[in-house]
Design a protein around this ligand. Structure first.
Ligand code: NAP
Ligand code: MG
Length: 405
């Protein structure tokens, strides 16, 4: 079979620890035998980030803007222990945070559903994709403790020096607490456009909810910006694609999500997304099966696994032990990026190959072959926990079969 050719490079962001090992295995076993893989390579491994004073992270984000599609391996976000372990010059920031800020993007997380891993909510037969607005609100707050007898006010000074004041509370008979939060129209609009673009791409309905009945100015602004952008830019495209934008209250949406069968995108304000993405990941069963993509408002895509670098497995690997690590979410990061590249460059063979690799991955797990952690929760009877390399070569066998059909 002749290898599939690519025209535009994918931006490839390599990473750390166990996922860096898996990254190379995926390329060697599942990709380069079939594709004349064209990537622009950036090494986001912690050592190289340290050598380049983290410039490599910025460069990889700029390349993503240029080419439109990136695939990223999990990376270490350093803490004090990592600074010692890697002799770092500084406690470099989270690469994901840096890339997200430069691309002004929103992260969408979507679980891979397979037979044997049953969601805790049995009616969820299709995946629920969650999008979190990762700017502002309580994550950029200012808060104070207040003593009894104090008066707290909100004060805004405009460009011309004019003050607007609004009473928060007069503390009479008790000490207390206050908090100041903000968001910007620009950030909310970027979030909205990323969500509408993603929904069109996935051809799935978009749900959004806030508490605008209680927060009549703050949350209401989110509702209004989404509505204005939808009506002005997306309504017709949504109709053409047979999908809907649906707005409701946050408590109502929870009831609807629980009763649903899945198959939609759920856009969340920052705090709701923080809490609900952990709930969904657990309810769908496994972090090893959770995919993630960063989408910018101008339609740039960066694909990755939702899990981290699987440090504990890496230390076993370094001791020469065989690990049983799940490569599926990292494989789906590659297939997501390859499908997108195929679509943008009009290379249907590339898209079809990526779809078959996804099918082969799912079919292998449904035939009972999986990693140890998945085997612990799988309800399949004939399940077999295998090491990482065996898992990958079994997927390759299934893939070869599929491709020869
Ligand atoms: P983690 O790497 O996701 O792993 C946590 C645990 O979950 C693992 O020890 C393992 O459990 C299980 N697990 C996760 N992915 C798995 C897979 N593919 N196959 C099998 N088991 C899997 O999270 P962490 O240990 O909190 O973080 C490790 C490093 O990753 C940190 O340095 C953090 O900064 C980084 N991180 C990066 C990203 C990113 O780049 N997007 C995201 C999160 C964390 P058992 O040990 O019980 O087998
Ligand atoms: Mg959280």
């Amino acid at each position: 079979m002749e290898k599939i050719r690519m025209t535009t490079p994918l931006v490839e962001m390599d990473g750390d620890e166990m996922t860096r090992i898996i990254w190379k295995m995926i390329k060697d076993i599942l990709l380069t035998p079939y594709i004349d893989l064209k990537t622009e390579y950036y090494d986001l491994g912690l050592e190289h980030r340290n050598e380049t004073n983290d410039q490599v992270t910025v460069d990889s984000a700029m390349a993503t803007k240029k080419y439109g599609v990136a695939v990223k391996c999990a990376t270490i976000t350093p803490n004090a222990a990592r600074v010692k372990e890697y002799h770092l010059k500084e406690m470099w920031k989270s690469p994901n945070g840096t890339i997200r800020a430069l691309l002004d993007g929103t992260v969408f997380r979507k679980p891979i559903l397979v037979k044997g891993i049953t969601p805790y909510i049995p009616t969820w037969t299709k995946p629920i994709t969650i999008a979190r607005h990762a700017y502002g609100d309580i994550y950029k707050n200012t808060e104070l403790r207040v003593t009894d007898g104090s008066k707290a006010e909100l004060v805004v000074t405009d460009r011309d020096g004019k003050e607007t004041r609004s009473l928060i509370h007069e503390f009479k008979g008790s000490d207390g607490i206050i908090q100041g939060i903000h968001n910007t129209d620009a950030s909310i609009a970027s979030f909205a456009r990323s969500c509408f673009n993603y929904a069109l791409d996935a051809k799935e309905d978009l749900w959004f909810a806030t508490k605008d009945t209680i927060s009549k100015t703050y949350d209401h602004r989110f509702k209004d910006i989404f509505a204005e952008i939808y009506e002005g830019e997306y309504q017709d495209k949504f109709k053409e694609n047979g999908i809907e934008y649906f707005y409701t209250l946050i408590d109502d949406v929870i009831a609807r999500v629980v009763r649903s069968s899945g198959g939609f995108i759920w856009a969340c304000k920052n705090y709701d997304g923080d809490v609900m993405s952990d709930m969904l990941a657990t309810a769908f069963g496994s972090l090893g099966l959770m995919t993630s993509v960063l989408v910018s408002p101008d339609g740039v895509y960066e694909y990755e696994a939702a899990h981290g670098t699987v440090t504990r497995h890496y230390y076993n690997y370094l001791k020469g032990e065989k690990t049983s690590t799940n490569p599926i979410a990292t494989i789906f990061a590659w297939t997501g990026a390859l499908k997108k590249r195929g679509e943008l460059d009009n290379i249907p063979e590339l898209t079809v190959f990526a779809q078959k690799l996804e099918q082969a991955s799912v079919a292998t797990m449904e035939a009972g072959i999986m990693d140890k952690n998945l085997a612990l929760i799988s309800t399949l009877e004939n399940k077999q926990a295998v090491d990482t390399e065996t898992f990958l070569s079994e997927i390759n066998k299934t893939l070869t079969d599929l491709l020869s059909k």
